[in-house]
Design a protein around this ligand. Sequence first.
Ligand code: SAH
Ligand code: SF4
Length: 429
Amino acid sequence: MNFSDSEIVNAILADHRFETTHNPEEADVVFVNTCSIRENAENRVLQRLQELNRLKKEKPGLTIGVLGCMAERLKEELLEKVGFVDVIAGPDSYRDLPRLIHIAEGGQKAINVILSADETYADINPVRLDQNRVSAFISIMRGCENHCAYCVVPSVRGVERSRNPETILNECKNLYEKGYREVTLLGQNVNSYSWSQGSHYADFPELLEEVAKTNPQLRVRFATSHPKDLSDQLIEVIARYENVCKSVHLPVQSGSSRILSLMNRGYDRQWYMDRVEAIRKNIPDCSITTDIITGFCSETEEDHQETLSLMKWAAFDYAYMFKYSERPGTIAAKKMQDDVPDSIKSRRLNEIIALQQELSYQGNLRDVGKEFSVLVEGVSKRSEAELMGRNSQNKVVVFPGSKELCGQYVNAVIIRCTPATLIGKLADE
Ligand code: SAH
Ligand code: SF4
């Protein structure tokens, strides 16, 4: 999501004749795009800003800006924490950046953290920052109104709003013409996408279908899906279109219905299991990945065991796993006790990570001997003679091959694996 926002910022600034450099020493303006989801994400930003301050001491004219969630959460308070920051811009004020930079260059602090009810940056044609020129992110909605008890997103990214589908379809077609072969539709809760104008209405399954139809050679992914909104109709569209990738990221957060209810997730363990069963039944080769928070307020050993048992039952292919981190202003911070000691959170997290490592490995072992269509993204990090790409299930596949295959679909047979990677060879060799 942040990556996609940086591409929007780049486009806005390019329109005002700014150029991008990947070297901060060369820059006149440096922006740090931030995330507030966990405390350690914010701590990393503060560290990065201190590094930039060292640069500013050598180069006093340098303008430093903080963009995104942390700018929105801390507003003016950020200037007290890091007085050398010149520009603070929330996620809905990127169009205002040229003006804010101008103010900062005049020696004043510039801040805009107004949230909008309708900004989707629909007309902005993002300047792509990806390295591979094969796979691109498309932001299709912004904000979130789910108010999960632990989560800071609704207060820093504003109300949910969806982007005009025509602009999304045009972006897909343009990307295809430029050689891209994969798009990922992004939103905090993509499957609650809903757009209407007059009598024209589109929900997420309809949008996904239209995107899939733009070109059968364009792969479509999407993230993140909320389990409460994962409809049978959406599962049916994923199953029906070959180019809609067979991979669903479905954050469960906890395997305990009691904790899910405290988290205000809007579903229980049984509902989640039912959704996983519906995916498995209709799309047998689909990978399922998840997010898990361990050590949420009042979580007992029994709740933790329920998370482990659900993980085993669902046999997740991959998981992002986090220790609960209390965020100021959230329902949990206001009404609940962050009462699981850090040492217990760490132990439970380690157990979850160890189990997931095993599940990912078992899942990959089941793929050994199978043949997959792989979209080649580039040369492997380990060796110039090897390529890396992904299969429809979003698993990384590495195999020997020449650079000319980048951006193309190839068939690869899997010969062995690690917990994180499938290792194969070209099918016709
Ligand atoms: N909208 C997505 C997730 C966005 S945040 C969804 O609802 O699934 C990405 C992940 O960060 C969440 O799924 C959750 O696992 C984690 N997360 C969010 N707030 C957190 C917190 N306060 N502490 C620890 N992890 C958190
Ligand atoms: Fe946060 Fe919940 Fe919204 Fe996801 S759905 S962004 S976890 S409030």
